[in-house]
Design a protein around this ligand. Structure first.
Ligand SMILES: [Zn+2]
Length: 305
């Protein structure tokens, strides 16, 4: 099997389950050279779009408002101009960037997000519904963001080359994505919250992300070593997964998703989390900062131009 990033032909493999919807088993490969993890799509039983359902997408809530503030803060040093958010989901981030004075455009493939995106459109954002490869714009962008999108993409070089053409000279590309070189993947394996196969088709390591960006015509400017939004939570949820709770129970609770366990188990999980969440979260946050020194944190955030 050829690595989709470095094209070398030396991989290891393992099997994981999809815990979100269909309880099917699939094969994943990891490249021995660049650590990229990718799904063997021959082992997926249904079309990949069948693994996304309404509940996959974000709904508004106090937490999402707080997290959009955290996201927007990253771009405070850039003068507001034109931003394109690729895979903008329900558009909450764009809504925040509108408030900050940005001229906002968003692209999304999921119809589930349309009712929310309509609201953002009314506030002044441009919204494109369809594949990014078909997106056209008369003007180029100062900032293009991909928040946990690139790992869902089957043909990342094509997509990034397209994005390269949409970016102004001197503009900034920002990518946030899970880290296949993380401590968490090595320890939790299939129980790692951010692995999420088969929705995450290709999971990159810092080295393979650099390679991908260079192949697509970008130069990496900066890696951030800690994501408050994604790193501690990845550890916390993976720990609870490892402890044997219903898979991604805390995440489902926060996101108001359907929980499968019966009443007694559900109450037991809920109480366990209630009693342990504060110390577990604090320790995970501290540990994530420590892992960042070695680029072993749960997710990678990169600025490129
Ligand atoms: Zn590779």
């Amino acid at each position: 099997m050829i690595c989709p990033v470095c094209s070398k032909d030396s991989v290891t493999f393992f099997y994981c389950q999809d815990h979100e919807f269909e309880k099917c088993k699939m094969r994943l490969f990891q490249c021995r050279f660049c650590d990229t993890v990718f799904v063997d799509q021959n082992t997926i039983s249904i079309k990949i779009s069948g693994y996304y359902k309404n509940s996959y997408y974000e709904r508004p809530g106090a937490l999402s408002v707080f997290l959009q503030n955290v996201r927007a803060k990253k771009f405070e040093k850039i003068n507001p101009g034109r931003i394109l958010d690729v895979g903008c989901g329900s558009g909450f981030f764009l809504e925040k960037m509108l408030e900050k004075g940005w001229n906002c455009s968003g692209q999304e493939v999921s119809r589930y997000s349309l009712p929310y995106l309509e609201k953002v459109r009314k506030k002044g954002a441009e919204v494109f519904y369809g594949d990014i490869k078909n997106f056209k714009s008369a003007q180029k962008f100062d900032l293009i963001t991909l928040y946990h999108v690139i790992e869902h993409v089957n043909d990342p070089v094509l997509v990034l080359k397209k994005i390269r053409k949409l970016l102004k000279a001197g503009g900034t590309l920002f990518i946030a994505t899970p880290n296949a070189g993380s401590f968490s993947f090595n320890v939790f394996g299939c129980k790692w919250f951010h692995l999420d196969p088969p929705r995450h088709l290709i999971v990159y390591s810092p080295a393979s992300l650099i390679l991908l960006l260079e192949k697509s015509g970008f130069k990496v400017k900066k890696f951030s070593r800690f994501s408050f939004e994604y790193d501690p939570f990845g550890l916390v949820q993976s720990l609870y997964n490892l402890a044997g709770m219903e898979f991604n129970f805390l995440y489902k609770l926060i996101k108001n998703k359907k929980i499968n366990s019966g009443k007694i188990k559900k109450t037991f999980y809920f109480l366990t989390i209630l009693l342990t969440i504060v110390p577990v979260f604090l320790l995970s946050a501290i540990f994530s900062v420590f892992l960042g020194f070695f680029f072993k944190q749960d997710t990678i955030e990169v600025f490129a131009d």
